[in-house]
Design a protein around this ligand. Structure first.
Ligand code: HEC
Length: 97
């Protein structure tokens, strides 16, 4: 019974995370800034100034190992769990053009 309750809470959490773009971006904010306005670790582009296609292509590229520079392994760890839909959701949240 205890086990069942725990898994129900996890399912509810997962649902609430998918409902809105902001939670997907939460773990990115420490490095890229609340709105994607920072140069992360002195290395990244300012991601809010990328265009949407380039932003999504970069995330996909990190996931597939076809994009990135010296710190790409770290970004791969950030995005490997994301689906195309989720990448699009983050792009819509961060990129304004
Ligand atoms: C621990 C710090 C850190 C976290 C957390 C992090 N990033 Fe990054 N991000 C970087 C660094 C450093 C780079 C440059 C990597 C390289 O060498 O290619 C980068 C690159 C990028 C780029 C490509 C821009 C460029 O410079 O070519 C995008 C887009 C991006 N990150 C989005 C995200 C998103 C979305 C998340 C959250 C899911 C995230 N990042 C989480 C540090 C981070």
């Amino acid at each position: 019974m205890k086990k069942l309750n725990k898994s129900m809470i996890i399912v509810a959490l997962l649902f609430s995370m998918g409902a809105n773009a902001t939670p997907l971006y939460t773990k990115c904010a420490a490095c890229h800034g609340e709105k994607g306005e920072k140069v992360s670790l002195g290395k990244s582009l300012i991601i809010k100034d990328m265009d949407k296609d380039a932003f999504i292509a970069a995330l996909k590229g990190y996931k597939e190992g076809t994009y990135g520079r010296e710190m790409k392994a770290m970004m791969k760890a950030q995005v490997m769990m994301f689906s195309d839909e989720q990448m699009k959701e983050i792009a819509n949240y961060i990129v304004k053009k």
